[in-house]
Design a protein around this ligand. Structure first.
Ligand code: OGA
Ligand code: NI
Length: 363
């Protein structure tokens, strides 16, 4: 693992590039033309956008509850993405969490540098994913931290400023974990599995949680680069708190990129690779990316709800039939994520792209 000890090149903060006022971006950030934001047809979200699901329906009468669950199941199968409103997490807490992190990224550079991360754990203040020398980079700085299990949590690696940041992150985490556990129950039922199946597969109460706070500074040439290159999320479920007003997230739909319209106080939820594997391909972990803009910085909090990292994760036996044999080999999440940590976001792992999906036939 020696290659993961340190970055191959001096780290450049994207925020510093942005604040330098230069009119052009360095070549390291210029994507090949096929990957640039305008290169593929981008559909803006209208009738065909990712579903927005009102989770208040789960507490409604049985018809409404069933319809709400069905909306989640359909979204997991067809889109791999949905937004949720009335999700139970306090809107003021969401706003506070985002503003604490804005406060961090607005600290003087020297204070932030004290938290500079390394590729060994990625924990801390970072500006690249992957350790390949000469790799093209994304227009983003980030902060990555481990929240669960407790044994991996190290408050010394969390920002000491803003002063209430640690406490807010803890409170935010407790609330979002509740939401994830609830979604895991609904999602288990949609596979015809026992309601606790997915949670048990994740290690019960020993699930892993980490968070990546993305800071996308203003970019003088947003058409040439990406804030985050196309990738699928390697973990279980992602709950993204994006900006209430400024969009940037795009989701792959066939050959198009669908721009996600911000819905105030909503979360964007997506299926990660581990749930695609457990569901034997019935739920889909879908590629997505972030674009940047010249006018406004954008902050997003990606909350990653993952299996305990040393448990083998493979297709549920109940979902493997003679017609549909297990599509993926079992492996632990620790093994699985080694590749992305070395190479950075590189689309969807080929191993997971092999299954045939109903969706691919219609788009
Ligand atoms: C991520 C991610 C999208 C965004 O952090 O994995 O996909 O809009 N973020 O920031
Ligand atoms: Ni992602």
């Amino acid at each position: 693992m020696d290659c993961l000890q340190d970055w191959p090149e001096p780290v450049v903060r994207v925020q510093s590039l942005s604040e330098s006022g230069a009119a052009t971006i360095p070549a390291r950030y210029v994507k090949p033309s096929s990957e640039r934001p305008g290169a593929e047809h981008a559909t803006s979200e209208g009738a065909a956008g990712i579903p927005v699901i009102d989770l208040a329906g789960l507490a409604g009468d049985s018809g409404r509850c069933r319809a709400t669950m069905r909306a989640v199941w359909d979204a997991c199968r067809e889109w791999g993405f949905f937004q949720v409103v009335n999700h139970g997490v306090n809107a003021e807490l969401m706003r506070r969490a985002r503003e604490e992190w804005r406060g961090f990224f607005h600290l003087p550079m020297a204070e932030k540098q004290a938290y500079a991360n390394s590729p060994r754990t990625y924990e801390g203040y970072g500006s690249r994913l992957g350790v390949e020398r000469g790799a093209l980079l994304d227009w983003v700085d980030y902060y990555f931290l481990h929240i669960l299990p407790e044994s991996l949590k190290n408050h010394d690696k969390w920002p000491a400023q803003p002063a209430s940041c640690r406490e807010t992150v803890e409170e935010y985490c407790r609330e979002v974990v509740k939401l994830c556990r609830m979604l895991m129950r609904v999602m288990s039922m949609g596979l015809g599995l026992d309601v606790g199946y997915l949670q048990r597969a994740f290690g019960g109460d020993d699930e892993g949680v980490c968070m990546r706070v993305n800071y996308y500074p203003r970019c003088p040439q947003p058409d040439l680069t990406l804030g985050l290159s196309a990738h699928s999320d390697p973990g279980g479920l992602t709950v993204l708190l994006a900006d209430d007003l400024i969009g940037g997230l795009q989701v792959r739909r066939g050959h198009a990129w669908v721009t996600v319209r911000p819905v105030p106080e909503a979360f964007v939820v997506n299926v990660g690779d581990q749930i695609q594997v457990l569901s034997n391909g019935l739920y889909r972990s879908v590629e997505h990316r972030a674009v940047v803009n010249a006018e406004e910085e954008r902050i997003s909090l990606a909350f990653f709800y993952n299996p305990r990292s040393d448990l083998p994760i493979g297709p549920a036996r109940e979902l493997a039939t003679p017609d549909r044999p297990p599509l993926y080999p079992a492996m632990t999440f620790d093994e699985y994520r080694l590749d992305i940590r070395k190479k950075g976001p590189r689309g969807k792992p080929p191993l997971l792209d092999s299954g045939l999906h109903a969706h691919d036939l219609v788009v």
